[in-house]
Each structure stands twice: as C-alpha cells, then as structure tokens.
Design a protein around this ligand. Structure first.
Ligand code: URA
Length: 244
C-alpha cells in the first residue's frame, strides 16, 4: 500500500478513536493532527538511497568503494583497497593510500611498509586481524605513490568515516601527515600532532610517523614512534613489561 493511502487510513482510524473517546467522556470532539512519521517508516520504509553511505554496513560500503568513480584515482587503479581486520577493533590503524603491492592484491599494507607496521604492532603485543583493523585515507593508488590531492581525499574520506563508525575501534592510530591532516582536519604536521591524544567523534586518536618515512629515516624517527606506540599500549591497557 502506498505511504499516502496508509497515512490516510491510519489518520481516519485515529480520528475515529478520538471521537469515540470524546463521546465516552462527554466532551466536545476536536480534530487533531497526529504525527504518523514513525509508524509510517516502520510499516512502509522510505526507499533506500543506494548512493548514500549512511546506514551502509561494511559489506555494502566495500561494494560501493569497489565501483567508486568519484575521483581520478579510480582511473588508474587495478583494485580498490578497502581495508581489513577485526570488527569491532581495539585499534584501527589508518595509513595514506595503497602502494603498488596493495593495488595489485587489493589488500592493505602488504608491502615493505606493511611488514614494518606488523613489527610495530608486535612490539605492543598486537597483530593485524587480532583486534586490529587497518585502512587508508584513500582506497585507490595515487599514481607513482604521490600524496593524494585534496579533492581526492575529500571524495574518499566519507567512506573511511563510515568505516570507522562500523569498526568501532577503542583507539585510532594515524600513520603520517596525510592521514593525520585528513582525519583531524588540520594543517599541522606529524611533529606538532604527535605526543598527545586527539579525538575523532569521541574516539581517542594517536598520531605517529608513517612506516615508509621511518624506513627512510630510522635513526631519527624510530624512538618517537616507539613513544607513540607506548601511548597506544597504555591506553589499551597492554602491559609491555619492563621494556624501555
Ligand atoms: N602505505 C599506506 O599508507 N597504505 C598502504 O596500504 C600501504 C602503504
């Protein structure tokens, strides 16, 4: 039955009840307009907007990403890289965007930086897929691994934001400047953002350097990254023993 017809039928039924009630009480009947939106939504749900990510679950969201053509990065991709891991997650790790290995495989952080990231997680007694979910700011590989441009980030980030809501992490770890600036909506660099807790929609966020950057500059960046990882462990209640 059409929503309008349903609204008319329920409306007349409720008026009849109001009228009967007035008759029983001996009071004058006054017609009132009832708000029927809730009952109508239950009995006859409005049609789903298939292009809207609101209300999408992870499976639907992944399917939307797989066919997305919202920005130019879709033109050069082999596979979209949606992200993967535990749901709900203790920790959600967010990088920048797929590299060539990820673009070929469709899996997140599988290259050299990914192996290094695994060693970081191991250092705080975590493992991908075991309480950890990993994703990126953009889901398609930028050409020659360049930074994703502002309009590409803007086009893609609604997917990530819905993904975070669905993954429900206790904490988020942002890897590198692109991830930090995009999610925290700031122009500050990693140096200024690391060393404290931020929040995204109430979820505590820690910022650290990107594993690829640390691989290029291990001597300088390894120690601050370890400090940031200890901050993550402390928040999650992970006992690291007496290690520095
Ligand atoms: N770098 C990223 O930021 N993400 C990946 O998935 C791989 C490398």
């Amino acid at each position: 039955m059409k929503r309008q017809q349903l609204a008319e039928s329920i409306g007349s039924y409720l008026s009849l009840i109001d009228e009967a009630e007035a008759l029983i009480k001996g009071t004058a009947y006054e017609a009132v307009e009832h708000d029927l939106s809730t009952i109508l939504d239950v009995l006859s749900p409005p049609p789903l907007d298939v292009d809207s990510i609101e209300g999408a679950n992870l499976r639907v969201l992944e399917a939307m990403v797989a066919t997305c053509t919202k920005c130019r990065l879709s033109e050069g991709r082999t596979k979209t890289v949606f992200g993967e891991g535990s749901v709900p997650a203790r920790l959600m790790v967010i990088g920048e965007g797929p590299g060539s290995e990820e673009d070929k495989s469709g899996h997140v952080f599988v290259g050299r930086a990914g192996a290094y990231l695994d060693s970081w997680l191991k250092g705080i007694h975590l493992e991908r897929g075991k309480g950890v979910y990993i994703a990126n700011i953009v889901k398609c590989r930028p050409p020659n691994n360049r930074d994703p441009q502002g309009d590409e980030r803007d086009a893609c980030i609604p997917y990530l934001k819905r993904q975070i809501q669905l993954v429900k992490p206790q904490m988020i770890l942002l890897l590198g400047r692109t991830a930090a600036q995009a999610l925290l909506e700031t122009e500050d660099g990693v140096g200024a953002l690391r060393g404290r807790y931020h929040r995204w929609e109430g979820i505590p966020v820690v910022v650290t350097y990107h594993p690829a950057a640390v691989l290029r500059n291990t001597d300088t960046l390894r120690r601050p990254v370890w400090e940031d990882l200890k901050r993550v462990a402390a928040f999650l209640g992970i006992d690291l023993g007496r290690r520095s």
